[in-house]
Design a protein around this ligand. Structure first.
Ligand code: AKG
Ligand code: FE2
Length: 241
């Protein structure tokens, strides 16, 4: 369980640092909430994030239903698999940067969870990778951005792909994003749904407990989709996943 204020992705020996400060803590379930460490100001912080968290959880539940159906499964399939999810809040703050070309706002990565819900403050900065190109995701006021996470890629046996993305820093403007990550609890085994495996679609990834993936994700160089690729089975390495 990772919580606190600071930088979270600076584990590799990379000399290019991320230009971001982040506040990270859990929103749900109740036992995971260390409310005593949440900011005390503004005074509305706690109730605002608890309420927003509830709304986001409702949305995640709906989306997981649709994503299950999209795989030809019962709408409750993934929801039952993750039962009571862990919801982690990450508030990113990217200060203006005099030399944005010298830094990453947030280095290229895919999210290590199931599904991510992101809200930004109307300033552009998020980019998504398609093949070798990066595309800016235009900020639409009030709109939410949903990212498929690595665990959903494993469960769907590669049918859903986690989005590789990054954030860039801006010269004149600061930017904030409020991100909610949803994951199954640590002891849930994450592996391809048996219904999705057959001769034409062999299992692509080793099964792994959600908690172990979380540790690997944070402790190794998690640039790009490295942690997920590390789980590829031998026969799948030739396939372009
Ligand atoms: O700030 C953004 O738009 C991206 C944030 C992000 O990718 C993350 O916190 O994982
Ligand atoms: Fe992300």
């Amino acid at each position: 369980m990772l919580e606190g204020y600071g930088r979270f992705f600076d584990i590799s020996d990379d000399t290019v640092l991320d230009w971001v400060d982040a506040l990270v803590h859990y929103i749900s379930p109740e036992w995971a909430k260390a409310v005593e460490h949440w900011p005390k100001t503004p005074s509305t912080y706690r109730e605002t994030y608890e309420k927003y968290g509830e709304e986001v959880m409702g949305l995640i539940e709906k989306l997981l239903g649709l994503l299950s159906e999209g795989l030809g499964l019962d709408p409750n399939y993934i929801r039952i698999l993750i039962m009571e999810p862990l919801i982690q809040l990450r508030i990113n703050y990217y200060p203006p940067c005099p030399q944005p070309d010298m830094v990453n706002g947030l280095k290229p990565h895919s999210d290590g969870d199931m599904l991510t819900v992101l809200l930004d403050d109307g300033v552009d900065g998020l980019q998504v990778r398609k093949d070798e190109d990066w595309f800016t995701v235009p900020s639409v006021p009030g709109a939410l951005i949903i990212n498929i996470g690595d665990l959903l890629q494993i469960i769907s046996n590669g049918k859903y792909k986690s989005a590789e993305h990054r954030a860039v820093a801006n010269t004149n403007q600061s930017r904030m994003s409020i991100v909610m990550f949803s994951s199954p609890q640590d002891d849930v085994l994450i592996g391809a749904v048996p219904e999705l495996i057959d001769e034409a679609h062999p299992r692509l990834y080793k099964a792994i407990k959600a908690g172990v993936y979380g540790t690997v994700y944070m402790s190794e160089d998690n640039r790009g989709k490295g942690p997920l690729d590390a789980l590829l089975l031998e026969h799948a390495k030739q396939v372009n996943v």
